[in-house]
Ligand binder design. Structure first.
Ligand code: ZN
Length: 344
């Protein structure tokens, strides 16, 4: 059995996007409800997150942008983007959401737990260096990766982003860096518009950005095949020192914002894959953070499946690797482009 640290905090419920917004506190309440009603709460280790400091946030964000978000503190709703707004406690929640990632990294690197899963909001992967977008204020996972480089001297960090959407912010922040390899599979073309196959990084970072843009309708078979065919070989060659995961549950088959067909078993298979990958390349160091996912029942069942997989309570069978899938054409195109940098 693995010791899983689960990070949550009531402050995460205080960020409010307004009535009827899909990115609601109910999302975390659904996961909390799952943890208590299943009793899984007693099989994980609760970690209380700290706040990220201004200095840590500004490892990836401009100070002017930090101050803009800070200026919303205590004020009524301020719109930063058509679908992203703040409430009086949003800044505080956002500092602690990024801090949740940092507490997760600390507890895994210091071996207080084997794996950590930060159940935070607001989410982060759309946030750019100097701009809020797509429900995101600070880019939690990017702050985490920069912190791991800065504080622990890591030189190779793998970020796997299985959210339905492309993480434009994370890609852009590390686009010229070989120290962070960003891997994303996502619905495409779709919001936010980025994430094409030919976006492979630039300058020193060329070859360290991998996008797998998938048409709508892909399910468990396709997602896990992308992991086996593309992510696995690249990760084995990159040899990351830690694996960070943007775990969005909006590829769920019944998500109101998405068009994918992933089931709880598919999420569990991705969790299993990443746990085994981390064991084989980086002494098991694995930190996940919640991104999207807007069907409350989907969040309940999918996080249950992933957490059971991570602690070793269940071992979800992989889909047959030889399946012919609807993603095969995209997989071949990605391999063709990425074969400039990696062997398949
Ligand atoms: Zn998303």
């Amino acid at each position: 059995m693995k010791k899983l640290g689960v990070i949550f905090d009531n402050l995460y419920l205080q960020h409010d996007n307004g009535m009827g917004h899909p990115e609601s506190p109910q999302r975390l309440l659904a996961i909390h409800d799952m943890l208590t009603t299943t009793g899984l709460i007693n099989e994980v280790t609760r970690i209380n997150p700290r706040d990220a400091t201004q200095e840590e946030i500004c490892l990836v964000h401009d100070p002017e942008y930090f101050n803009l978000i800070k200026s919303t503190r205590g004020r009524p709703r301020i719109f930063l983007d058509p679908d992203t707004s703040t409430s009086p406690l949003s800044f505080d929640a956002a500092l602690r959401a990024a801090g949740g990632m940092l507490s997760g990294i600390d507890s895994v690197v210091k071996k207080e737990v084997d794996i950590a899963f930060a159940l935070v909001r607001p989410p982060g992967h759309h946030a750019e260096k100097n701009r809020a977008m797509g429900f995101c204020l600070f880019n939690n996972i990017a702050v985490g990766a920069a912190y791991a480089i800065n504080s622990y001297g890591f030189k190779r960090i793998l970020i796997v982003d299985w959210d339905l959407h492309h993480g434009n912010g994370t890609q852009n922040i590390f686009y010229t860096s070989p120290n962070v390899l960003y891997f994303s599979l996502h619905q495409y073309p779709y919001y936010p518009g980025t994430g094409g196959i030919n976006e492979v990084g630039a300058k020193e970072g060329t070859g360290y950005n991998v996008n797998v843009p998938l048409p709508a309708g892909m399910g468990d078979k396709e997602y896990i095949k992308v992991f086996f065919e593309i992510l696995g070989p690249i990760a084995q060659q990159y040899r990351p020192e830690i694996v960070l995961v943007s775990a969005g549950f909006d590829p769920y088959f019944d998500d109101p914002l998405g068009g994918m067909q992933v089931t709880p078993s598919g999420f569990a298979q991705m969790g299993r894959f990443l746990k085994e990958l981390a064991e084989s390349v980086c002494d098991g160091r694995l930190v996940l953070i919640l991104e999207g996912g807007y069907n409350l029942e989907g969040l309940w069942h999918s996080t249950k499946a992933v957490i059971e997989e991570l602690i070793g309570k269940r071992k979800t069978r992989y889909e047959d690797k030889d399946n012919v899938t609807k993603a095969d054409a995209v997989i071949e195109q990605v391999k063709k482009v990425q074969s400039q940098f990696w062997r398949f």
